[in-house]
Ligand binder design. Structure first.
Ligand SMILES: Nc1ncnc2c1ncn2[C@@H]1O[C@H](COP(=O)(O)OP(=O)(O)OP(=O)(O)O)[C@@H](O)[C@H]1O
Length: 674
């Protein structure tokens, strides 16, 4: 029994609790929806009461009508910070309520359509607010509070989010920070936390500081990375176009084209640009270079010189298209020496033809009297194509050249219609000095070590959210491009270059053949200046010439046997002051064209040395030093100090010119020396 009683008590108890629970639950759920209904009721009662006071008053009629208009206007004004829908909804509610109130006060709540409008209109308005609230609660917190809690989470609680633009894969919100409390730098520091709070990659969140304010800017969020699918290169974007037109090398994360410009354009307020291509191993530098080079070589009014210590590993299909291509070592030394001479020659020609900067018109035959080197009308001179000098893996070359020399070249090249493009295997200051880096302000920054970001990109762009260090070599081809011609808002937006697959090789070969037939060849001024410095080492690509890539390579391969870099290690072990034993009296080492066993007289020895220089020149090796004479010394029985002394003599005689590198001499071509 006791058990039953307990059971009954329990049941009845639980039934009671359940009943009051459901009632309480319904009341709790209904409570938030009551205010609109209470409001409708309140307007009804107030309208009826007001009628007792102002039933026949004309003044009250005017006053009440004006009050209704003023109240609606005030509601509209007060709602300017909220969403447009909420603002409109509130204004309609206030307009309807205040109009009904005015009508009821003057004519009576039961006059005409007033009771019907009260019952139907009041119910509809109250319900519309209930629906709004229900939708809001089921959607979670409102946008405003979500922004607030997000900003609170990342330490920017007092920041205000203003105008917000929502596009398919991009949200742009203007941000205003607390005056005197926070700055744009605080947002820059918070970007990675915003990305974390939103569970997005670091590069998806960027901040564009307003250049006119230290506490305003635009927060840009690109939630979906549109670049994950590699885009294959299918061919150049503008075959036969001018180098003045943009070079398209990939796309940005919003799908727009990733493009760069090389020549200056006074109309766009842009000078000719030199580029640094910086990226760690495996970051996609090779394919990026191919993107840029195929664009350049497919334009009608540009020639390109390439120095590539990697034996044209990436660029072989394009070899016929270059005006001049050399491998590392003495080939590069000769190219740099030629460049130093070619630049002032080009500037001189442009000046004489009244070009302040290179323009596509300068590449055409000069038929315009305003661009003439003659006082009496058009000169008809052959045009001068734009020039690009590309130094692949350039750290050693630039170090040997020295900061001052490079800075000088970079500065002068701009007015010579010439862009330098330099790529670095490791983007860091131990590869390139600060002042050389400063001479290359335009950059394509690919993935790198996080510690090298500051080398690749300006601080302001890193602060805006650019982080190539976050990619390393995991995102090949991803890059930030900072250069003239690009909207600075885009500097911190990631792009991706196109990928060169096996299928691209055939297209590149076709492109090279197109360039051989239709591309520009060097103008007489550039060709002459290069030949004056390096003689036969510069051949230039003649129109219709189809020297095969293999021939070119074999030739360069021979050079490589005698040039510097490969011999460096051996050379280090040699004491330059030690006499070679073979120089002794009676030595029978073979001599060039001399019977063995004959000790040459000093005059004969000098002739022998002069012949050796001629041979280097004929082979196209125009920069030499004692180490290049190692085999020759061995074969002829002379020591390095003897060779050093002869090199200095030859310099005195004008046959050699010193270079920027100690112990390296440039052979002055015979024609130029004569
Ligand atoms: N834009 C791109 N999209 C997709 N994949 C790419 C892209 N660029 C390069 N890759 C791929 O990434 C890999 C590395 O590229 P690449 O050899 O060009 O890098 P790198 O920076 O030149 O490296 P290294 O300095 O070692 O030569 C290759 O497999 C290449 O196909």
């Amino acid at each position: 029994m006791a058990a039953l009683a307990t059971f009954n008590n329990g049941r009845s108890g639980s039934g009671r609790v359940g009943g009051s629970g459901i009632g309480g639950y319904l009341v709790r759920r209904a409570m938030p929806h009551l205010p609109p209904w209470l409001g409708v009721g309140g307007v009804g009662i107030a309208g009826s009461g007001a009628h007792l006071m102002w039933a026949d008053s004309v003044g009250a009629g005017v006053g009440l009508t004006l009050s209704a208009v003023a109240l609606t206007g005030a509601t509209w004004w007060a709602g300017r910070e909220t969403s447009p829908q909420r603002r409109l909804h509130s204004a309609i509610t206030v307009a309807a309520g205040s109009s009904w109130f005015a009508g009821a006060a003057l004519a009576g709540p039961l006059a005409g359509i007033l009771p019907d409008t009260f019952l139907m209109g009041g119910a509809v308005l109250a319900l519309s607010w209930n629906v709004r609230m229900a939708l809001r609660t089921s959607d979670g917190p409102v946008a405003g509070s979500a922004d607030k809690s997000l900003l609170e989470k990342v330490g920017l609680a007092k920041a205000k989010i203003g105008r917000t633009e929502v596009e398919p894969n991009r949200v742009t919100a203007s941000l205003a920070l607390e005056a005197g409390e926070q700055t744009n730098d605080d947002v820059a520091r918070a970007l990675v936390r915003i990305a974390s709070a939103l569970d997005l990659p670091q590069s998806a969140v960027r901040y564009q500081a307003d250049p006119d304010s230290a506490r305003r800017g635009e927060l840009v969020i690109v939630p979906k990375d549109m670049l994950t699918e590699p885009q294959e290169w299918e061919g150049p974007s503008n075959v036969g176009g001018s180098i003045m037109d943009p070079l398209v090398i990939g796309r940005y994360d919003d799908g727009s084209p990733l493009q760069i410009w090389l020549p200056g354009d006074p109309a766009a307020g842009r000078n000719a640009q030199h580029f640094l291509i910086a990226g760690g191993t495996g970051s996609g530098k090779g394919d990026t270079a191919l993107n840029v080079q195929t664009e350049i070589l497919s334009r009608r009014d540009v020639i390109m010189w390439l120095s590539d210590p990697k034996s044209f590993q990436d660029f072989r299909p394009l070899l016929p298209a270059y005006d001049w291509a050399v491998e590392g070592g003495s080939g590069t030394e000769a190219m740099v020496a030629a460049l130093q001479h070619v630049i002032p020659a080009r500037t001189g020609w442009l000046g004489k033809h009244s070009y302040r900067q290179w323009t596509p018109q300068a590449a055409e035959q000069q038929t315009d009297p305003t661009h003439s080197c003659r006082p009496d009308g058009a000169c008809g001179c052959e045009g001068m194509p734009y020039m690009v000098a590309w130094m692949e893996e350039a750290a050693n070359t630039l170090r040997n050249l020295g900061d001052d020399a490079f800075t000088g070249i970079a500065q002068e090249a701009r007015s010579a219609g010439c862009s330098l493009i330099v790529s670095l295997q490791r983007p860091s200051y131990d590869q390139m000095s600060t002042s050389t880096r400063a001479s290359l302000p335009s950059v394509i920054a690919l993935g790198c070590d996080p510690r090298d970001e500051g080398f690749s990109l300006p601080e302001a762009v890193i602060n805006a959210g650019a982080h190539p260090g976050a990619w390393g070599n995991r995102r090949p081809g991803y890059c930030y491009v900072v250069a003239g011609g690009i909207d600075p808002d885009r500097y911190a937006a990631p792009g991706r270059t196109q990928q060169f697959t096996q299928a691209a090789t055939a297209v590149m070969e076709m492109l090279a053949q197109w360039a051989v037939r239709n591309g520009a060849t060097a103008d007489p001024i550039t060709a002459w200046a290069a030949k004056a410095i390096v003689g036969r080492a510069y051949t230039g690509r003649q129109a219709e010439e189809t020297e095969s890539a293999d021939m070119q390579h074999d030739h360069d391969g021979e050079e490589e046997l005698v040039d510097g870099e490969q011999l460096d290690a051996e050379d280090a072990a040699i004491d330059p002051d030690a006499e070679l034993p073979a120089a002794a009296e009676g030595d029978d080492a073979p001599l060039f064209g001399q019977p063995t066993g004959h000790k040459p007289s000093p005059d004969e020895a000098r002739q022998l040395f002069a012949r050796a220089l001629d041979e280097f020149e004929q082979q196209g090796q125009m920069v030499v030093g004692p180490k290049d004479f190692m085999d020759w010394c061995d074969a002829n029985g002379y020591s390095r100090p003897w060779v050093s002394a002869r090199l200095k003599d030859a310099a005195m005689e004008g046959r050699l010119e010193p270079t920027n590198q100690t112990g390296r001499w440039r052979i002055v071509p015979v024609l130029a020396a004569a």
